[in-house]
Write a protein that binds this ligand. Structure first.
Ligand code: HEC
Ligand code: HEC
Length: 217
């Protein structure tokens, strides 16, 4: 009797696993994911964080999943701070960023710049570069000495942003904006550089830069 009962229970368990195994595994993975994400979140201090307001557009820990929204992860703090100031003062124009930057206190700006500068750079694996454009972009980057300012591996330094693994549409939009005088950098370097580039060159450069795997800091 006891043996039959045990056997019966085992059969039911096997049946249940067969029926709901995948769901159970899914649920387990979800709980595990929530747990690790919560731990990572809490490691940065109590809820809410200033960076919560940025998550929707700039992605988890500043790695954007959209080619049009820039990744902030691993950007030099000095560069991030300068951009937030520049949006707030209206020197750099963007309908999303201007009102937001204006609402931040100086302390919040410093904290956000420091937070994103410390986040790991995960690259841009979703982007599929055109191989011909990528090749052309690589040649243009060498010829244009982008590394002289943007760093040996184009990972950014001080006032110069990281370009490696940045969103392709974002990069192109910025190169176009510099070329057409809609974005002005304080040193005037990017204006001079983009003046020598055709629309096709700018597209090639953005394919090349977006497809570069960022170096780990
Ligand atoms: C509604 C969407 C949205 C939200 C929310 C948002 N951003 Fe942005 N952000 C953008 C877009 C779009 C750009 C690119 C602007 C451009 O094309 O010049 C940008 C650009 C930036 C840049 C310049 C990046 C670079 O490489 O030059 C910084 C820095 C930045 N955002 C910081 C933040 C921070 C910090 C927050 C949260 C407090 C935030 N953003 C929230 C949409 C958003
Ligand atoms: C003499 C220094 C210098 C050189 C060389 C240079 N840049 Fe820049 N670049 C800058 C500076 C400074 C900025 C930031 C401007 C600002 O603060 O608004 C910048 C910004 C950019 C941005 C905007 C990135 C972002 O996150 O918004 C892109 C794209 C860019 N450069 C591409 C290039 C490419 C491609 C080359 C080579 C063909 C190049 N740069 C060479 C100084 C340089």
């Amino acid at each position: 009797m006891k043996k039959q009962l045990l056997l019966g229970t085992a059969v039911i368990l096997v049946l249940l696993l067969a029926l709901f195994g995948r769901d159970l595994l899914g649920l387990y993975r979800l709980l595990d994911y929530i747990d690790t994400t919560t731990q990572a979140y809490e490691a940065e201090g109590p809820w809410p964080h200033t960076a919560d307001a940025c998550y929707g557009c700039h992605g988890k820990q500043g790695t954007s999943l959209h080619q049009r929204y820039p990744s902030l992860a691993g950007q030099p703090a000095e560069y991030l701070k300068a951009q937030l100031h520049s949006f707030a003062s209206g020197q750099r124009l963007n309908p999303n960023m201007q009102p937001l930057a204006m609402s931040l206190t100086e302390q919040e700006i410093l904290k956000l710049a420091d937070y994103y500068a410390r986040q790991p750079t995960l690259g841009n694996p979703a982007f599929q570069p055109d191989p011909v454009l990528r090749e052309q972009g690589a040649r243009l980057a060498t010829a244009g000495a982008c590394m002289a300012c943007h760093g040996q591996r184009l990972m950014g330094q001080g006032p110069f942003p990281r370009l490696a693994g940045q969103g392709a549409d974002y990069l192109l939009a910025q190169l176009d904006a510099f070329a057409q005088g809609r974005r002005v950098d304080p040193t005037g370097s990017m204006k001079a550089i983009t003046a020598t580039l055709s629309a096709q060159d700018r597209k090639a450069l953005s394919h090349y830069l977006a497809s570069l795997a960022p170096a780990q800091k």
